[in-house]
Design a protein around this ligand. Sequence first.
Ligand code: 5CA
Ligand code: ZN
Length: 414
Amino acid sequence: MRAWQAPSVPDVPGAAPRPVVHDTATGKPVDPTHGDERAALYVCGITPYDATHLGHAATYLAFDTLGRAWRDAGLDVEYAQNVTDVDDPLLERATRDGVDWRELAASQIDLFRRDMESLRILPPDDFVAVTDEVDRVAEAVAFLQETGSAYEVPTPDAEGDDLYFDVNHPTDAWSLGDESGLDRETMLTLAAERGGDPERPGKRDPLDPLLWRAARDGEPSWDSEIGPGRPGWHIECSVIAGDRLGLPISVQGGGSDLVFPHHEMSAGHAAALAHQPLAHAFVHTGMIAYQGTKISKSLGNLVTVRGLLDDGADPRAIRLALLSHKYSDDWEWFDAELTSASTRLATWDAWASGAPAGHADDAADVASRIRARVSDDLDTPGAVAAVDTAIAGGTACTSELADLIDALLGIRLG
Ligand code: 5CA
Ligand code: ZN
């Protein structure tokens, strides 16, 4: 599927360090490329039933920053992102609003593209709708069934039976808990909250996740070698990441609400399919809250990118507001965030467009400092502070320094 228009990214001379990121699975900072010249990134994409909110924007911006840091370090970056364009929350919203689920998805994907473009987020090389990959998912589920990792659960209200993944079937590259490190009780709670069905009778283990949902009346379904139905959630990301990037990938990314069950189970499926870990590192962004609770489409406490832009916000100020927080922190958005980011942006713009005063040789040190901060687990607040300090200290904004700020922070000054 078409992604969106790529922003221009200046090539900046000079050496940048290889980025190190925090891996949820080991709890440690790692170079997820393992020293390779190629970096493969998969980021879990949207479920397109409502507008892009600031939580989505912050998550995609964090991985945009990682892509920029890898490029600046001279690596070849390959990036894939899915769109969960058939799933229960989307179907429920379409029914509630009396619209066709395909039209709802298509219109929300279009809005997402526009928002990503406005924010100058680097597009994925592969932007993949799950509805375009149903055959591949069915093939993978058939393979899991043949090799003993998938089983049928009696489903009286459907044409065939739903298929589940057996989390206890041994694989050589994963066992339950490897990615999330959570205890069983927490897993059970989170599975129930986040799309799982631990209470469903007939499963071997309450934590076993759905791989394939057999066709029901009134629900979309596709004919396939495993009967008519549609993909479960986690398998889509394992299949798309493996097909488009090859396993193991460098980074599997998403918000921290995906640590369990989504990324844990995606890793389990990948191991059962390919005898490989899904990723060298699992990188998670913090949750952004508004009015006291996590911003969420289902809760409705949305601050949308489109809303802020329609109210006249400079998209660069939205970027700067988000970059002023550490990607992995949970934090709350206040309207004042945008006001202070706009003030900061005006100061930066004046600095970059004024006659170059100050010490030009200091500019190279500032550039090194920005590179060091960004490559150290995407410390964008540290990079923002480096620019503030440079301005306060009278450093000149050379064109190389302005280019570096554009290349790494995605903000074109002047
Ligand atoms: N389609 C699935 C992933 S395969 C999904 O989670 N879609 S989503 O639309 O709900 O979320 C898209 C991305 O935004 C995910 O990476 C999710 O973790 C992230 N996200 C959702 N809400 C927030 C939030 N409040 N703060 C930060 N990131 C968020
Ligand atoms: Zn995903």
